[in-house]
Design a protein around this ligand. Structure first.
Ligand code: ZN
Length: 154
């Protein structure tokens, strides 16, 4: 999923539980679970991690996504009635941290990050390895619809 989807999902989880530690933990776990849904980026991830091709394209994709995520959560925080800013922000952190740890694992080759990288992609590739992926454009459109629905919960 996009960082934007994970960030909004984390914000909603944080807001729903109203507790920073619980929001962070549930958002972190939810990241891994919703990543199991095929979301069109398997080829890009494989190109980046395995074949080491089109890496600038993947980095550009993540940068645009990260910038979008920052502004979406800012807009939501400034337009919605956020009851606990602490839970909201810790939920966002838990929601996006798994992908940031994957990015860190690509740079800092530590045993812990390497294990986490494999753990993350166990979930991420769970269905796509067996049944294939969906087109990225369809997945992005579905995530936009999902975010529009999710932000109404806030
Ligand atoms: Zn992920």
């Amino acid at each position: 999923m996009t960082l934007t989807t994970h960030a909004v999902m984390g914000a909603v989880i944080g807001q729903a539980v109203g507790h920073p530690v619980l929001g962070f933990t549930l958002a972190f776990a939810t990241h891994l679970l919703i990543d199991m849904i095929p979301h069109g980026d398997s080829k890009m991830a494989e190109n980046f991690h395995v074949h080491k091709v089109k890496q600038k394209q993947a980095i550009a994709y993540v940068m645009v996504d990260a910038i979008t995520a920052i502004f979406i959560v800012l807009i939501l925080a400034n337009t919605k009635d956020v009851e606990s800013l602490r839970a909201y922000t810790w939920g966002i952190a838990g929601g996006i941290l798994p992908d940031l740890m994957v990015g860190a694992a690509d740079i800092f080759k530590t045993p812990f990050l390497d294990k986490f990288h494999k753990f993350h992609f166990f979930f991420h590739n769970f269905f796509t390895k067996r049944f294939g992926d969906v087109p990225l454009a369809h997945a992005l459109l579905a995530q936009i619809v999902f975010i529009v629905i999710l932000q109404r919960v806030l």
